[in-house]
Write a protein that binds this ligand. Sequence first.
Ligand code: NDP
Length: 284
Amino acid sequence: MTEKQVVFSGQVTLPAVGQGTWYMGEKPHHRRAEVNALRAGIDLGLTLIDTAEMYAEGTAEEVVGEALAGRRDKAFLVSKVYPWNAGGQKAITACEGSLRRLNTDYLDLYLLHWSGSYSFEETVEAMEKLIAQGKIRRWGVSNLDDDAMQKLWQVAGGKQCATNQVLYHLASRGIEYDLLPWCQQRQMPVMAYSPLAQAGRLRSGLLNNPVVNDIAHAHSASAAQILLAWVISHQGVMAIPKAASVEHVQQNAAALNITLSASELAALDNAYPAPKGKTALDMV
Ligand code: NDP
């Protein structure tokens, strides 16, 4: 069994499953379980933690900060800036706010959450300033389609972009037509968000699909684990499932060691075909 990995900026090798945090920090009585789940994940090697100033309006970052107390050095910490904060002094202030809530002095990766009012030039300039100030180690983007990535590539400094975080799961495969190969050619990892289709909420029936479940049965695994194994079977793709229970985190970590056979991949292709043409980037 070989654990899948991705490499950021040619420097940092990480397991191809990390931990998402959207919806964490929304309910105070869930906080203890969320902190415990994140800590269990780090102990199991799911060291990339993805958060954002948006999630619970900053409270998700506080939950992550609590989980990382005493173990910051073990984590690869990712946060995101709102598009309307992604330039000039606003970007510096937004990043400082994230650092304060996360109780740390640097982010490993800072992402433009989606593109908005600031130009790519302004955002790249702000990201470079944050790197120079030691507040972030590298930067990337989220929710940019193939055309937008090509525009970013034309901007001075744009090629320093370390990742594109986009929606990707078995029932939403549009990126395979253009964006994913584009990133693969540039050794840029793609971070797959909502890899479980939000436990099937984005695509009803996904977790109950008989093909997925037959494969799960063959691996003595759950349907969710097969969805993760499928996402990370793609070169340079990491999955960032959000899990608020230790049991889910343990399952998600174990998915790193599930290798789908060629015939299983073909059966999944048949159930959820790859795109035959360009499609608009899926988002939530
Ligand atoms: P996911 O596809 O990760 O689904 C999360 C749901 O799956 C939760 O209900 C969770 O339950 C459940 N779950 C987790 N593990 C298992 C398991 N092993 N078996 C069964 N159910 C499981 O959806 P998200 O939308 O949360 O995406 C993941 C992360 O990606 C986000 O948390 C966020 O960090 C990031 N994201 C980024 C976006 C962007 O615009 N850049 C947009 C959306 C997400 P429970 O919580 O009870 O464990």
